[in-house]
Design a protein around this ligand. Structure first.
Ligand code: ATP
Ligand code: MG
Length: 289
């Protein structure tokens, strides 16, 4: 039986949000999820994007359960449990997204939305996530750039928002829409809080850039701390992490032999990867109780 979503059950859900494409949402979701799992946390990463790019970065394309988001849509529609791809890394499970998530947009505007458990698409997803959330220390939601319905689904069940952004003018476009969406989400999810913003593909640590970044973040409408750590621009990382995966997608079942951009600590454990250079490593440390 489905229980009501509770603040406690979803207290460790982080939505990685920015309305702009290419801001680093998927890269950060995949890498933070991988590193936390490697450190001994139980992690769930959910792909809430039509592109399904999380599967490229984590290498589960073509694996059982990589259904383009179909089972996620079914779960929202008929209140059935969310389907997991388990063991993508040691300690890391995934719920796949992809092109089928488009159906949630239609469903949210249809007459039948009000009859869904939880009173709508966002409520229905939150209820299903509540059912499994206890099994994880951290749940990361990789959000879609230009799909308000998918963003609302994430913001309705997250406790925290992490905003990756680039420091150039284009990077700010995606920020403008975040504030209003968060305000709206707080009608039903009042505890939704900004964890912070992180600069992605940043090449200089000039004070002026950081000052401008803080100024822009103030426009979001809330206090959004800028994290001191940033993701350094790296053509090599950009080139290496997805060509691997694109190769895997093209050959459907064959995981790439080398994924040099991923830290060796958490390279793939997909079955088709075993025995090659993507071998899993065993977590060496456990989180504090
Ligand atoms: N350190 C890095 N420096 C530069 N580019 C990087 C780095 N790490 C990853 N990239 C590349 O940056 C691109 C955009 O990143 P990513 O896909 O994570 O953004 P996104 O916000 O999820 O985009 P979308 O909204 O389209 O899903 C990807 O091609 C990725 O491989
Ligand atoms: Mg993405």
């Amino acid at each position: 039986m489905t229980t009501a979503p509770t603040a406690d059950a979803l207290a460790r859900v982080i939505a990685v949000v920015n309305g702009k494409g290419g801001a680093g949402k998927t890269s950060i979701t995949a890498n933070v999820a991988g590193q936390l799992a490697h450190s001994g946390y139980r992690v769930l990463a959910i792909d809430l994007d039509l592109s399904g790019n999380l599967g490229l970065d984590l290498g589960y394309i073509g694996r059982d359960g990589d259904d383009g988001g179909k089972s996620l849509v079914d779960s929202v529609y008929s209140a059935t449990p969310l389907a997991l791809i388990t063991g993508v890394r040691d300690g890391l499970d995934v719920i796949a997204g992809g092109r089928h998530l488009e159906l949630l947009t239609g469903l949210s505007f249809s007459a039948m939305a009000a009859d869904l458990p939880g009173g709508g698409v966002t409520g229905s997803f939150a209820l299903q996530l509540t059912e499994i959330a206890d099994g994880y220390d951290i749940i990361l939601l990789d959000c879609a750039p230009g799909n308000p319905v998918l963003q609302d689904i994430a913001l309705a069940c997250a406790r925290y928002i992490l905003i990756p952004t680039k420091s150039d003018a284009g990077g700010w476009d995606g920020l403008r829409g975040v504030g209003p969406r968060v305000k709206k989400a707080r009608d039903t999810n009042p505890q939704l809080t900004y964890l912070g913003a992180v600069l992605f593909a940043h090449s200089v640590s000039a004070k002026r850039v950081l000052r401008n970044t803080r100024y822009r973040l103030a426009e979001v409408g809330d206090r959004v701390p800028l994290l001191e750590a940033y993701i350094r621009h790296s053509e090599t990382a950009a080139h290496d992490c997805r060509p691997c995966a694109t190769d895997a997608a093209a050959t459907t079942l064959r995981y790439p032999r080398r994924c040099p951009a991923q830290p060796t600590t958490w390279r793939g454990t997909t079955s088709s990867c075993r025995g090659k250079s993507c071998n899993a490593s065993t977590p060496t440390s456990k989180p504090p109780p």
